[in-house]
Write a protein that binds this ligand. Structure first.
Ligand code: ATP
Length: 455
């Protein structure tokens, strides 16, 4: 049964492979993590679909975030708001006026580029055709990144609306309602996970820059005298989250925004950056947004969004500390972080080292022979009520282990010819490849303990 001795003479420290994006993109498509949306029509730029494993990974990441940011805290509540808001919301937030990138068009190749990225996005089409024709660029002009739609039957100016470019604005517009309904008192936070849309000029680097993506955002409302304290506290909390999901000092760091990078309303901002194959890039922002959003929505809606301190009777507009994580970018970072190639007994082994908490499949049930499928299926069905498990009876056992290693399954349970006699299954652990016999009756508890210990 074993591809390596039962004592688990594992390959020790995994050899880190200089991963190319091509390798990752192809693995993601072939194993059903992520593939182009509308693939049979050659895809649509900036849109991606998550397959059977991708949706589990993404849901596990969102659940881990929700658990730590909302459920484990008594000072944060969650919401789930609509994607389309009243168009005035985006005027108040400044998106209609300011949410744009400078863009240039090339008259030769007819492509459009972000003016600030023109040096790393040369007019390659033009050059491939023969570099006699140089780029002929227009002056830069602003291009609003919000995706527009029309609400209702008529297509006219009054029916125009936007798909939200960030999930936080409905948190601000719902601030009074949520605070009163949940009887929360400042300081407290409101969190949500949901889709956001940006008509990015040059979507690229796989899901990194997409036109439809998900954000996990938390807006924390505090007294003006406490904004530094809460900024620091959330900064630390977010880094410890990124460590808990498996990132290390070597591939995750903070980068402070320079004064000239700050949004016009922001007092301070730091990006959590991950080291992708294409360099250090932002996966999350921690921002001090001041009282900009509540003040603007108060002005534009005419509704009072001020709070009163019950003890001092002071009336003030709370300051906002925001944490804004890109779910898709973090999933991509998890796949980059997890991907490992190593050699075991002269053979290449690909392992996706995801933490058990995030692994799409927690355990695979593998009967050694198809003759053993009945009891193995029984075990699978028992476990399936409690966690995402997978059943596989096709191919030799070594190949089945490898398939699970490649997609990050932490445990494989093998039902063999002795199992009926001794009531035990062999549990093989993904990283060390060590194996142990465990009674089939206690497999569920064993897995729970191991999964819990690892999270
Ligand atoms: P960038 O400078 O890379 O465009 P941003 O600073 O505009 O990002 P924010 O507005 O702070 O990003 O959004 C918060 C988070 O949302 C980002 O850290 C990122 O993880 C995610 N995000 C933003 N834009 C995209 C996108 N086009 N595709 C995927 N995720 C995105």
């Amino acid at each position: 049964m074993s591809e390596i001795s039962a004592t688990g003479s594992a390959a020790g420290e995994p050899a880190r492979h200089p991963l190319s994006m091509e390798t990752l993109v192809s693995l993601c498509a072939s194993r059903g993590f992520i593939y182009p949306s509308s693939e049979i029509y050659s895809g649509i730029a900036g849109f991606w679909d998550y397959g059977p494993l991708g949706v589990e990974l993404k849901n596990n990441l969102k659940a881990a975030w929700w658990q730590r940011v909302v459920r484990e805290r008594d000072d944060v509540v969650g919401i789930d708001s609509a994607i389309v808001s009243h168009p005035r919301v985006w005027e108040a937030s400044g998106h209609v006026e300011h949410f744009s990138d400078p863009m240039v068009d090339c008259r030769t190749c007819k492509r459009r580029f972000r003016a600030d990225q023109i040096s790393d996005e040369p007019c390659s089409v033009t050059k491939k055709k023969g570099s006699v024709q140089d780029c002929d660029l227009t002056e830069a002009r602003d291009f609003n990144l919000m995706l527009q739609t029309h609400v209702g039957a008529s297509v006219e100016a009054s029916s125009e609306a936007y798909l939200r470019p960030e999930t936080c604005q409905p948190i601000f517009t719902g601030f009074k309602r949520v605070r009163e309904a949940s009887r929360s008192k400042v300081p407290f936070g409101i969190a949500q996970i949901g889709k956001a849309f940006r008509n990015e000029i040059t979507p690229r680097n796989f899901t990194f820059r997409s036109r439809e993506f998900e954000q996990a955002e938390m807006e924390f409302f505090c007294h003006p005298s406490e904004r530094e304290k809460w900024f620091e506290s959330w900064r630390e909390a977010r880094m410890s989250f990124h460590r808990a999901i498996g990132f290390t000092e070597a591939n995750v760091r903070f980068r402070e925004h320079a004064q000239d990078e700050l949004a016009h309303y922001a007092r301070a901002a730091e990006d959590v950056e991950f080291l992708f194959p294409f360099g250090w890039q932002e996966i999350e922002g921690v921002h001090d947004r001041g009282d900009w959003d509540l003040t603007r929505h108060s002005e534009f809606s005419g509704k009072n969004l001020i709070v009163t301190d019950e003890e001092t009777k002071e009336r003030y507009t709370p300051m906002v500390i925001e944490t804004s994580m890109g779910v898709d970018r973090t999933c991509l970072a998890l796949l980059v972080n997890g991907y490992t190639e190593e050699e075991v007994q002269g053979e290449k082994r690909n392992v996706m080292r995801l933490t058990p908490e995030l692994a799409p499949i927690k355990a695979a049930v593998l009967p050694l022979s198809k003759k053993l499928s009945e009891p193995a299926r029984g075990l699978y069905q028992d476990l399936a009520r409690r966690m995402n498990v997978f059943y596989d009876e096709s191919g030799n056992i070594g190949r089945r282990y490898r398939r699970q290693d490649e997609v990050g399954t932490p445990f494989c349970l093998t039902w063999d010819f002795d199992s009926a006699e001794d009531g035990c299954v062999t549990i093989r652990e993904r990283d060390s490849m060590s194996q142990e016999r465990v009674s089939a009756d206690s497999v569920l508890n064993y897995l729970r303990d191991r999964l819990e210990a690892a999270s």
